[in-house]
Design a protein around this ligand. Structure first.
Ligand code: GLY
Ligand code: MN
Ligand code: MN
Length: 379
């Protein structure tokens, strides 16, 4: 134990069994005991015993200064951590390519999710979070895998592998069940790609991620206006929150040992850090990262455009945003699903770098894979 402790820079060790008495003595001596919000139930029980505090009162005693110190340390990735994240992204890329090759009409989502998990396992690791692989990409964080792929649908795959040291990759790709995109799918896919590329292009130290989210939303509103699905003044469409009908989640989040890195210690410390208020507006409130970027941050860039029939109907019935949304034109998109494209990006000293080997992303790249692996139909 002493050897292991030395390797990670810990100079003082004591028997684990002595901890309870040590903490009791500290408490009796009115000393402040610093602890983080426990992630896991078993740790909550342990802490509760050590501190002689009911489990439901642990949250009130967490140490803000310890949270801030750990967030400051873990938000900035060292070169070794970046290398580890890059390994995770490369395992993840292999998962996505295998799924893109295997998809065809008649195969189930579950079979494709199994292929993704199998590739992670073949690399000696496992998925870092529950696999999203669905023809209903408009339902966010959709872990149902019971559908069968049918011609005309899109497949949205959001999954990733852990590296051997448990750093997470978090990539999304969307592709057609058919060998090629339909013209409607192309329009929306290219718009999401433009949202993602312009967001990535803007990344550098000092830029607030909140502003990059809005930049991406602006690209989307302009694009949806030219497709006739939105209308009116772009600035107002954004300020009013109308755009969130199509983009109801955040542009991205910190990535590290956790896929939403450190979310359990409190996203406000990780993604906002007192620099700005988190919005309470539908859509924007789901932005996990808003603060100004620093060299060493690793984050995801994952815009999407979704057609959510239940939300479209609800807002139309409520008469919401009639100046900005062409509800009639949206009817043709009820079965469209959703498109998201997600990559993992390092903020460098002056700019940014997309981590990992490229994974097919443009329409031409995706269609090349789909066409090369599409089963021949014999009539
Ligand atoms: N995989 C969940 C996310 O992209 O945030
Ligand atoms: Mn993801
Ligand atoms: Mn993500």
């Amino acid at each position: 134990m002493a050897e292991l402790a030395h390797r990670i820079g810990v100079s003082h060790t004591a028997p684990y069994a002595a901890l309870t008495d040590k903490l009791r003595a500290a408490k009796a001596g009115q000393r402040k005991i610093h602890y983080l919000p426990p992630y896991r139930g078993d740790n909550s029980i342990r802490l509760s015993r050590w501190l002689d505090t009911p489990v439901d009162q642990l949250a009130a005693g967490v140490s803000e200064s310890l949270i801030k110190a750990i967030v400051a340390q873990r938000n900035i990735k060292s070169d070794e951590e970046v290398a580890e994240l890059e390994k995770a992204v490369n395992f993840t890329g292999d998962m996505h390519l295998a799924v893109m090759k295997a998809a065809k009409p008649g195969i189930t989502e579950a079979a494709l999710a199994g292929i993704a998990a199998g590739i992670a396992q073949a690399h000696g690791t496992q998925p870092g979070y529950s696999i999203i692989l669905t023809i209903n990409g408009q339902t966010l964080h959709n872990h149902y895998h019971g559908n069968t792929l049918t011609s005309g649908k899109l497949v949205l795959g959001d999954f990733g592998a852990d590296s051997h040291m448990f750093y997470a990759g978090d990539i999304t790709r969307t592709f057609p069940v058919d060998p090629t995109f339909t013209s409607r799918q192309r329009d929306i896919y290219n718009l999401v790609l433009q949202m993602q590329l312009s967001a990535i292009d803007a990344l550098k130290p000092g830029v607030r991620y909140y502003d990059v989210h809005l930049l991406s939303a602006r690209v989307m509103v302009e694009g949806l206006k030219s497709l006739g699905l939105m209308k009116g003044d772009t600035d107002e469409a954004i300020a009013s929150g109308a755009f969130a009908l199509f983009f109801p989640h955040g542009l991205g989040h910190m990535l590290g040992l956790d896929v939403h890195d450190m979310e359990d210690v409190g996203e406000q410390y990780v993604g906002y850090a007192g620099e700005l208020e988190r919005s309470i507006q539908f859509g924007l409130k789901s932005l996990r990262l808003g603060r100004a970027l620093q060299p060493g941050f690793v984050l995801t860039v994952e815009p999407g455009v979704y057609f959510i029939p239940e939300l479209m109907d609800l807002w139309q019935q409520q008469g919401k945003y009639l100046d900005f949304i062409n509800y009639d034109k949206l009817q043709a998109y009820r079965d469209f699903g959703g498109v998201r494209i997600e990559d993992n990006v390092l903020i460098t000293a002056t700019s940014h770098r997309i981590l990992g080997n490229p994974i097919p992303k443009t329409i031409a790249e995706v269609e090349e894979v789909r066409k090369a692996h599409f089963p021949l139909l014999v009539s």
